[in-house]
Design a protein around this ligand. Structure first.
Ligand code: MG
Length: 163
């Protein structure tokens, strides 16, 4: 018997000029980056919350509080590795993930392959199980005004039981 769980994660960050933009552990050339306590990798933060949600392990803010100086400017890939470890410790394997990244610019198409490679290593799954979609918000709202980024992620995890 196999126990399948889905998880959903969301993250958003405000943009500011002159700081690096990280998505999925990849430094994306951009005029603007994310203002954050950590390195502001909104994709990784949304993946963390999706995985934690799937395993019913609270949320990223509970495990890595932004008031804690230990996490200041931290490389978010370190946080995701910890979350993957927590999911594995519960006996689950990651099946796949699917992300929608909303931002007006830069265009992410040239970097999708790099992001999938980066996440494949951290999540310990094949790239075929990792989907990255990028789209604009048609100039509407905070994303449309290029004030920030929003990311939505779903994941599936599974645990096999002997019967
Ligand atoms: Mg975040």
């Amino acid at each position: 018997m196999t126990d399948y769980r889905v998880g959903f994660g969301y993250d958003s960050h405000r943009f500011a000029t002159g700081i690096p933009l990280f998505l999925g552990g990849v430094n994306i050339p951009s005029e603007k980056g994310c203002v954050a306590h950590s390195d502001g990798d909104a994709l990784i933060h949304a993946i963390c919350d999706a995985l934690l949600g799937a395993a019913a392990l609270d949320d990223i803010g509970t495990h890595f509080p932004d008031k804690d100086s230990a996490f200041k400017n931290i490389d978010s890939t370190i946080l995701l590795k910890k979350v993957v470890g927590m999911v594995h410790a519960k006996g689950f394997q990651i099946q796949n993930m699917d992300a929608s990244i909303l931002l007006e610019c830069p265009k992410l198409a040239p970097f999708v392959s790099l992001i999938r490679q980066s996440l494949s290593k951290i999540l310990e799954i094949e790239e075929t199980g990792i989907s990255i979609k990028a789209k604009t918000n048609e100039k509407m709202g905070f994303v449309g005004r290029e004030e920030g980024i929003a990311v939505y992620v779903v994941v599936m995890i599974k645990k096999d039981y002997e019967r």
